[in-house]
Ligand binder design. Structure first.
Ligand SMILES: [Zn+2]
Length: 263
């Protein structure tokens, strides 16, 4: 976990960002093609997350950044990564793959001081649509469109040993997120809203709705994240546990989870 605060950075955590690491081999175009090496793929890079990211990996060692959607709490710090890649140690290196919805390149240019041309020189921006699958080193990633006020995806990520991690991004309950999570070994689910408090629909899950998703998708483990700084984590965990009997933990900065097909 790089950052897990919902909607904005909180006093103890940056906004959304999760580092996925998997063993693979260097790609064909690399200088060390075919050699074993770990791959580093980021899920979102929201406001404030570029700071703690540097405690986990050198930013120029990232292979890809997957953006669930283009709200600032999920993508704002890609602009900091752009500056690092252009002017920091080892620059300019190879372009970093950035995967996101239609309009990702333009959004990053608007958020940064860079032109669309400079963004294109820094990032290999790939837009995805609902149901599209792409391979990033040892990881197979499928984007499932979910229910949020802007185009947003949940990512289903299958590792080299077949273990499945699903990240909901931001969503209310919907068929898309359920398909993304089906049978996942670990479901990293947002639970931004509080049952009985936030009645508006079409934006976020609650503890209870995250628990219902975990039950419907029959996942093996649930990690709740994206709680807003004013939320009560214990209440949200209890609401999820009222419907889902499997293991539930609350995401925390610097927490590490091993995603595996065995307990
Ligand atoms: Zn959002």
């Amino acid at each position: 976990m790089v950052g897990c605060s919902g909607s904005m950075p909180g006093p103890a955590s940056a906004a959304s960002s999760y580092l996925v690491q998997a063993d693979g081999v260097a790609a064909d175009g690399d200088t060390d093609a075919g050699a074993a090496r770990p791959w580093n793929v980021l899920l979102d890079l929201g406001s404030g997350a570029f700071g703690p990211l540097q405690t986990l990996t050198a930013p120029n060692r990232l292979d890809a950044v997957l953006l669930s959607h283009l709200h600032p709490d999920h993508c704002a710090d890609v602009t900091a990564l752009a500056v690092w890649l252009r002017y920091g140690p080892g620059s300019p290196g190879p372009r970093v793959v950035v995967v996101g919805p239609e309009g990702t390149g333009q959004r990053l240019a608007e958020l940064s001081i860079m032109t669309a041309q400079e963004i294109a020189e820094t990032f290999d921006v790939r837009t995805v649509r609902d149901g599209e699958t792409l391979t990033i080193g040892p990881l197979v990633v499928t984007a499932h469109e979910v229910r949020h006020p802007v185009t947003a995806f949940a990512f289903r990520i299958t590792g080299p040993d077949g273990a499945v991690l699903t990240y909901t991004g931001d969503t209310d309950a919907c068929a898309g997120v359920e398909a993304a999570a089906a049978g996942a070994d670990l479901l990293l689910s947002e639970a931004a809203f509080t049952d009985g408090v936030d009645e508006v629909r079409g934006i976020h899950l609650t503890g209870r709705r995250a628990g219902e998703l975990a039950v419907a998708a029959d996942v093996r483990r649930l990690v709740l994240t994206h709680l807003q700084p004013w939320a009560d984590p214990e209440r949200i965990r209890r609401d999820a546990a009222a419907v889902y009997a499997g293991p539930i933990t609350m995401a925390a900065p610097a927490a590490v989870y091993e995603v595996s097909t065995v307990s």
